[in-house]
Unconditional design. Structure first.
Length: 255
């Protein structure tokens, strides 16, 4: 069963998360999604003024756009309450604000990567970036990417959400077959999508090649869907794309 037209926006009531809440409300309004802003309250406390700002911005968007966004606060640890919320409601994706490996108040960059791996749900990782409509999405393919039913059914709802965006598939020569297989399956259900496939050559690390492509093509979102792989090299590429230097929002899921 596909996810509902609903997203979960995580906040710890810091300025970083306030920015991601604003982004999440904007993307919800623009793409017709329902937003749930979520905070886990524990003994660590929070900034009362930031909480009030968050309540105000949620109320403002609801009044202005009749969005039906909600702010949910639950008692407990972050990990437990988020997992409980995701199990109880089918979300399309989660929004997580971070300033990379040193920015997020309670979630460092390395923990954010672990969270993506643990939750097994698409997470949009934001680095201090204002909302812009998505016209171009980059989708890198890896040699070990398995085009399973789970992979396909998980990607398609996101592609449909950003249906007016042009999908840029990129891969190394050894992953071209997987990319072409995805295209053939993909076109059966989404015939009107605009897409292109580029095969990257050269000896530069994959993350650097992707960054150069993003800069050249003005990419506005990256789909980072690597295969499940415990090698250090794969984890490195995964994190480098997630915390890219251009601060492009990255939709992540780890299989």
């Amino acid at each position: 069963m596909e996810a509902e037209n609903k997203i979960l926006i995580l906040t710890d009531f810091t300025q970083t998360c306030y920015d991601s809440v604003s982004y999440g409300l904007e993307i919800s309004h623009f793409y017709g999604l329902r937003a749930v802003v979520f905070h886990a309250e524990n003994s660590c406390g929070y900034d009362v003024l930031q909480k009030e700002k968050t309540e105000e911005v949620v109320s403002l968007y609801n009044q202005k756009f009749n969005m039906g966004a909600s702010l949910v606060i639950k008692q407990g640890t972050f990990e437990d309450t988020v997992l409980e919320e995701i199990k109880s409601t089918k979300f399309l994706f989660v929004i997580l604000g971070t300033h990379g490996k040193s920015g997020y108040q309670s979630l460092t960059g390395s923990f954010a990567a672990k969270l993506v791996i643990a939750l097994r749900i698409p997470i949009l990782v934001l680095q201090n970036r204002r909302f812009l409509p998505v016209h171009k999405v980059l989708f890198p393919f890896f040699k070990a990417t398995g085009i399973s039913e789970e992979y396909f059914s998980d990607v398609l709802p996101l592609v449909r959400t950003f249906k007016n965006a042009e999908l840029h598939l990129v891969c190394r020569p050894e992953a071209k077959e997987n990319a072409e297989k995805f295209i053939s399956m993909f076109l059966k259900d989404v015939e009107d999508v605009k897409y292109s496939l580029s095969v990257l050559s050269g000896t530069q690390p994959l993350a650097k090649q992707v960054a150069a492509y993003c800069a050249a093509e003005n990419i506005e979102m990256i789909f980072n869907y690597p295969p499940q792989n415990d090698t250090v090299q794969m984890h490195t590429v995964f994190e480098q794309l997630m915390f890219n230097i251009q601060q492009i929002p990255v939709m992540c899921k780890y299989f």
